[in-house]
Design a protein around this ligand. Sequence first.
Ligand code: PHE
Length: 380
Amino acid sequence: MSAPNKSYDPVEVEALKPEEIERMRDEAVAAFAAAGDLDALAHAKTAHTGGTSPLALANREIGALPPHAKAAAGKLVGQARGAVSKALAARQAELEAERDARVLVEEAVDVTLPYDRTPAGARHPLTTLMERVADVFVSMGYEVAEGPEVEAEWFNFDALNFVPDHPARQMQDTFFVQGTTPEGTAVTTGDESGVVLRTHTSPVQARTLIDREPPVYVVCPGRVYRTDELDATHTPVFHQIELLAVDEGLTMADLKGTLDHMVQALFGADMKTRLRPNFFPFTEPSAEMDMLCYVCRGESVGNPDRPCRTCGSEGWIELGGCGMVNPKVLTACGVDPEKYSGFAFGFGIERMLMFRHNVEDMRDMVEGDVRFTRPFGMEI
Ligand code: PHE
């Protein structure tokens, strides 16, 4: 180990002259005073208090001084650094206060301004009602199926056992889609094209049966088209919801139970349906389905003191069509009618919206006036 350096004879270091230290201090204080914002102050802080600032370097020099000079120099530098950090803290507080005052003005929010100048709007009641009906079936395990709105005539009519001269196939009832070349020249006219705007959601029955193996339980909500003029009770574009169940051993009793469950879920626990004989080419037997009037519950019938506007005192409201899937449809779609049977029903959403909410004119549903949709609220 080497002996202590007794002959150590330090030179007086330039940096530790009191005038120098004072100059450094004054420069630092002046730089802080000159900093116009917090960023500038941060720079000045690094320059005048950081590890390589003149005062920090001077502080380091103290170690190199002869012992007798250390205390005085230490005091000098210490006081200067104390004054510098005080000046820094004072300027920092000043600038922060300025910034806070400015932010309060610039970023002020007027909490009294109306927040809903741009109203969120509401979904169309047809959409929400259609979803609500579909949900009743989804909760029973049905799946939602979809099909195209521009449909092959075969799916819309042939597969569903419509005879070739069925009146629905005529152009006054059905929109036919004309075929065109890419240049836009017509290659087919009217009812030759084999392509229609679907007139009901029943073609989804055929599509589903071709796509899937039974058991099949599907619900199909969708838009359909007929060549009706728009008036209070008709619209050329409307919505239907279709139901199809195909399984082993399904009977008309299953159909009736399903219909009853649906109207109870939508209109109340004491609701029920009734079936009246009807004809559809794709169901056999077929029926028209009515539901008990949900307003008078049938009590207006034969009761002139309590007339009911909703059902016209009939006690029942007509809802749509239903029946057991015609074995010919099952065969056309590759399902063995000896093994499987099925039921189907379909009804119009517009009609249900009309009687469920006392909408008197169908045109209100298509005109897009928010004064019509808003009272239904934002149902998700
Ligand atoms: N598709 C029929 C219509 O538009 C309704 C229906 C559906 C009837 C399913 C029976 C079975 O009128």
